[in-house]
Each structure stands twice: as C-alpha cells, then as structure tokens.
Design a protein around this ligand. Structure first.
Ligand SMILES: [Zn+2]
Length: 236
C-alpha cells in the first residue's frame, strides 16, 4: 500500500513511512528499521537508525495499528502514528575497573577506589581533564589507604590522618614494587593538584596507568595470598 514500507521482521508488517526528527542529531530523516516487536494488541516497537551518515545512531520508535479498508495484502498489518524515543545509555564503569568492581565483595577496599576512578573517568570523557586528573589522584589515595586499613584495621585512625607517602613508607615496605609504583603515581598526581607541573613530559594517561599498576600490584599480592591460605598443604 502506498505510503507504507514492509519490514523484514516481523512478517506481514507495514509501517507508515513519514519522516521523523532524529532524537540524536535533530535532522528530519526516514529511519532505517532493523527490527520491530509487536507490543500488546495494537502497538509496534522498533529499533530504528538515523540514515544521516555523520549520525547513524540508534533510537526507538512506537507505532499504532491502523484500520485499513481493503488492504492489498489480506495478512498485512499496517501501523501508523509514528513516535520517536531517544535511547539513552546509562553510564557504566570503565572497562579497566570492572575486575575491581566484581571483587568488591571479597576485597571491600576496592569500593571507594572504583567509585572515584569511575567518576574521574567520566569527567575525562567529558573533556574535564583538570578535574579528572585530581580524581585519579584521589582514587589512588583511597586505594592505598583503604588497602592498608584492610591489612591493619587496628591502626585505621592514624592511617586516615597521615599523609599518603607516610602510610606507604610505614605499611607497604614489605612490597617494594608497590611502594615504587604508588610513589610515582603520587608524584604525577600531585602535578594535577599543584600550580606548576614538575613532570611536564607526562600526562593524565601516565597517571591513569600508574594508578592501575598500583591496583594490579595489590591484586597480584592478594590473589597469591588467597591461594596460599586455601591450599596450605599438599593433598595425599
Ligand atoms: Zn541522526
């Protein structure tokens, strides 16, 4: 029937092909529909796509069943009353932090670190680099302090009070690599908060890398500890 386009999925489904405004770029287009789903008796929901090359983003549309006299195809169902809905993705934590988020139950000291890191990452993705840098620095502080508190809960009040460099020196000297890497992360992190940069050839990517290396070093240590404690003796 004129003014209607047949969908590939589902069968026998035709939709009114009027132009709509893409909710992502605002341009008037006739969207490309990849799939439709019948919802209740008289509605159709589609996953649509902007046909403008520079946009091409997906969105949702709904349609209402049309009463058509003498349809050319007896089995056909026609839909009209096209409505467009923006598809908004919620913000998820960055990929590199997923492993720590999953471990929070077993190792609660990753909780604040993951939250702060994710927020800093979000700021970075919005091009708020100044704020992001300070956020990554803060995520390191929480990672190290919460880890040390986890190892020495009885000293928590002095750990919270003390400067991070002192905490590293005092409590992490058993793992020189962790001391080395977290100290360097602090050097770069301080550049993010201070007026004059000392490490001019390094940037926020280096800071992120160092923070993640510190987390990996802690996780490496804790995983080994875990296996050694659950597999103490050989079995006969
Ligand atoms: Zn568009």
């Amino acid at each position: 029937m004129e003014g209607y386009t047949k969908l590939t999925i589902p069968d026998n489904t035709y939709i009114h092909d009027c132009a709509v405004e893409c909710p992502n770029c605002g341009v008037s287009i006739i969207p490309k529909i990849s799939v439709g789903v019948k919802v209740m008796e008289n509605k159709l929901l589609t996953i649509s796509e902007c046909t403008l090359h520079e946009c091409g983003l997906p969105f949702l549309e709904t349609f209402k069943k049309a009463q058509v006299h003498k349809p050319s195809d007896q089995n056909a169902i026609y839909y009209y009353n096209r409505k467009v809905y923006e598809y908004v993705t919620s913000y998820n934590e960055p990929e590199e932090i997923e492993v720590y988020v999953e471990l929070i139950k077993a190792r609660p000291f990753y909780q604040s670190f993951s939250e702060i890191y994710s927020q800093a990452h979000h700021a970075e993705s919005e091009n708020l680099h100044q704020i992001a840098g300070m956020g990554f620095r803060k995520s390191l502080e929480f990672l190290v302090k919460d880890y040390v508190i986890y190892l020495h809960p009885e000293h928590s009040s002095s750990i919270i009070k003390n400067a991070i460099t002192k905490v590293i020196e005092e409590y992490l000297s058993h793992d020189q690599r962790l001391v080395d890497i977290s100290t360097r992360a602090i050097w770069l992190g301080n550049d993010e908060a201070h007026y004059k940069r000392k490490w001019v050839e390094k940037d926020i990517h280096d800071l992120k890398k160092l923070v993640l290396l510190a987390a990996q070093t802690i996780e490496y240590e804790e995983s080994i500890k875990g296996y050694l404690s659950t597999m103490k003796e050989p079995r006969k």
